[in-house]
Write a new protein. Structure first.
Length: 468
């Protein structure tokens, strides 16, 4: 670096170099946006909230400040910051990962006593949190099971605390990330953080987060597909859309929206297996999958780039040679990850049984969601009753080993009785699921700041979306 690495910068260095940068205190209701030139954010702690279930215990924590360089700053500012940024060595080999990290980074600033309550991010990709200054404690928990859409949730900021969800906050492990270290975490991992005053001086500390795409998280998505489909990842975010080409092997989407049919999915798997399995041994390998879809088949190569979500928004920054290299990388990644998705027993090849099982799995999840979205009535009570019938059917057929003795089905039936007896409860359940389907759960309020005048205006996310 000709003028210093970003990892060496103190908080004040950010303020001095980019004074017009604009950020806000994340996870802190009502806090206004602040310019980087304002020394308040790196000199004064503003404890806001406490929760006994958070690792800080009875102490109030201050929300960290987050600077969204990637998408909320002028391009000139972003390019200026990038002069001091370098993609980590372990992502350098992949052109896509190198570019994604360089284009998606954001900065987190915390004084001792800062932290976040438990939450699940909305990213569909793998995330890396890299600590530059100070020590940050983390507690994490895998994305909890969601059995039916009436338990649908995004596990937003502190929503899992205090018994407010159908599952409790039960962190699996706790650890500390120090300067020069990073934590790589997949989609769906609930996490809380704390810059503990007991192990940090009273200073301002820096960290950065960014995403990468290659390889895809196909094993995670296959294992967590059902619960993801009934969360913000499937209802509001495009995460399942991004994995669709791997689950279906580029087959027509509509084939998987019909009522689940084991024999029909087996027949579909047999048809696809016959197309890919060039030596007729009843399995397909990486090489056979590549030859079938990615070698010379121009139509499927184009489909892979589109449906496989390889048309990144930074492609325009690449040279023609780099675009060709990205295409070949995308082909190799898609083939390897598609094989991984269907290779349940991890023997490096996919059998007809594995393919049929995964096709049926995708069919069940997609048809369930499609039926819920297709309920015609907009009367809350009527919609809830139709949704309860659908959820009961899917639990009986595909979740409960014995529908006669199934605690999850019994729980749904009890909840259904509660909704039937309460117009208010039915309306609340209806509004919650509908808001998640439209990606507006909680309808976050943002403080919009005029950079020239400094004036503030509070606007709901739903209002802003309606103006787009």
């Amino acid at each position: 670096f000709s003028d210093g690495a970003i990892s060496d910068f103190e908080c004040k260095d950010f303020a001095d170099r980019w004074p017009s940068g604009n950020m806000r205190a994340e996870y802190t209701p009502g806090q206004y946006h602040i310019y980087l030139k304002d020394p308040d954010w790196y000199t004064k702690v503003h404890p806001q909230r406490k929760n006994a279930e958070h690792m800080a215990g009875s102490r109030k924590i201050a929300g960290p400040y987050i600077w969204h360089v990637k998408d909320e700053e002028p391009l000139k500012t972003k390019r200026s910051v990038q002069k001091h940024w370098r993609t980590p060595y372990f992502l350098e080999k992949s052109l896509a990962n190198r570019m994604e990290a360089n284009e998606s980074f954001e900065f987190w600033f915390s004084l001792a006593g800062g932290g976040t309550f438990s939450h699940a991010d909305s990213y569909c990709e793998t995330t890396i949190s890299m600590q530059f200054k100070g020590k940050k404690r983390w507690r994490i928990q895998a994305f909890p099971e969601i059995r039916h859409h009436f338990n649908a949730t995004a596990f937003g900021d502190e929503q899992i605390y205090g018994g407010r969800q159908h599952v409790p906050w039960t962190p699996e492990t706790e650890f500390t990330v120090g300067p020069g270290q990073c934590f790589v975490f997949p989609t769906g991992y609930l996490h809380e953080t704390f810059v503990d005053p007991d192990t940090n001086d009273q200073q301002c500390y820096t960290a950065s987060t960014y995403q990468f795409n290659h390889p895809r998280q196909v094993n995670l998505y296959r294992a967590f597909m059902s619960r993801f489909s009934m969360s913000h990842y499937g209802l509001g975010e495009p995460c399942l859309e991004k994995i669709e080409s791997y689950a279906t092997l580029l087959q027509e989407t509509r084939r998987f929206l019909t009522a689940p049919d084991k024999e029909k999915m087996k027949a579909e798997a047999e048809r696809v297996m016959k197309f890919i399995d060039s030596n007729g041994d009843g399995h397909f390998t990486n090489e056979e999958l590549y030859n079938a879809f990615a070698k010379k088949n121009a139509k499927s190569r184009k489909e892979i780039l589109g449906r496989g979500d390889f048309r990144y928004n930074w492609i325009k920054l690449l040279s023609p040679e780099q675009k060709d290299a990205l295409t070949e990388e995308a082909m190799a990644v898609w083939v390897e990850d598609a094989l991984q998705y269907h290779d349940v027993d991890r023997d490096k090849k996919v059998s007809l049984e594995e393919l049929a099982y995964n096709f049926l799995h995708w069919n069940v999840i997609q048809s369930r969601s499609e039926r819920l979205r297709s309920i015609r009535t907009r009367d809350a009570k009527g919609w809830v009753q139709e949704a309860l019938k659908i959820e009961k059917e899917y639990l009986e057929r595909f979740f409960c080993e014995n529908p006669q003795v199934c605690p999850e089905l019994e729980e749904l039936e009890r909840y259904g009785q509660h909704l039937s007896s309460s117009k208010k409860a039915s309306k609340a359940a209806y509004r919650k699921i509908q808001s998640m389907m439209s990606g507006e759960e909680g309808d976050e309020v943002l403080t919009m700041v005029d950079r020239s005048s400094g004036s503030h205006e509070a606007r709901k996310v739903s209002e802003l979306r309606s103006e787009l």
